[in-house]
Design a protein around this ligand. Structure first.
Ligand code: AMP
Length: 220
């Protein structure tokens, strides 16, 4: 399976689609946000610095993220392709990633852009909850994404949490950062001929249907 880079505004459905792909194809799901949230628990200067940045929606340094990603994609579960959720976040990261792939003799794969209206994504963010154990994403605003038991993960039985950066106040900044820094990646991957767009405004099933269609056509 080709590796897949998911590009979308915050709360537009990257994590949800990545989890579906992981389940269906057994591909590794690499969320740089999850890796950083784990690192932010460390009682060290680096841990505290990461916590401060992610709580405020500020990017960590390109050097740190590149180092963490390089380590991650060399693990065994990435040998047959993986899903990138939250990386690259800017063109400098994409360029470093291209060099990394050459060095590691890995393929770029494809980039899937989940196009979602800003107001829809903003409405989703307030209701978003995550499982601290398995990372599964729920949404209290939408019936189809609610857990069976209030605020409890269906799979792990542990209490869900709300990310500190998931609120309407930081959303504006995070969205603006996405437009300014991340959205130029769309052209970057279009110019390489590996970009595919899906409409993410109609819910997770419709998003996934379109992704499957793209993957099916690529494998024909
Ligand atoms: P996410 O879970 O992808 O929304 O990421 C949460 C936060 O982690 C972001 O707002 C950034 O502070 C940080 N982060 C995640 N991925 C990256 C990245 N590729 N480069 C820099 N910062 C990142």
């Amino acid at each position: 399976m080709k590796s897949i880079i998911l590009i979308a505004a915050p709360a537009a459905g990257k994590g949800t689609e990545a989890a579906i792909l992981k389940e269906q194809y057994g591909m590794a799901h690499i969320s740089t946000g999850d890796i950083l949230r784990e690192k932010s628990k460390e009682d060290s200067e680096m841990g505290r610095d990461i916590l401060n940045k992610i709580s405020n929606g500020i990017f960590v340094s390109d050097e740190l993220i590149i180092e963490l990603l390089k380590e991650r994609i060399q693990k065994d579960d990435c040998a047959n392709g993986y899903i990138l959720d939250g990386f690259p976040r800017n063109v400098a990261q994409a360029e470093s990633y291209d060099s990394m792939l050459v060095e590691l003799n890995k393929d770029l794969g494809i980039a899937i852009i989940i196009d979602t209206d800003k107001e829809i994504a903003k409405a989703r963010i307030e209701g978003r909850r995550s499982c601290p154990k398995c990372g599964r994403i729920y949404n209290m605003t939408f019936e189809e994404m609610k857990p069976k038991k209030d605020e409890i993960c269906d799979d792990c039985g542990v209490e869900l949490f709300q990310r500190p950066d998931d609120n309407g106040d930081t959303y504006e900044d995070r969205y603006n950062t996405y437009i300014e820094k991340t959205s130029p990646l769309i052209e970057y991957y279009e110019s390489k001929g590996v970009a595919y767009h899906v409409d993410g405004s109609k819910g997770k099933d419709y998003t996934h249907e379109q992704v499957e269609k793209i993957l099916g056509e690529l494998n024909d």
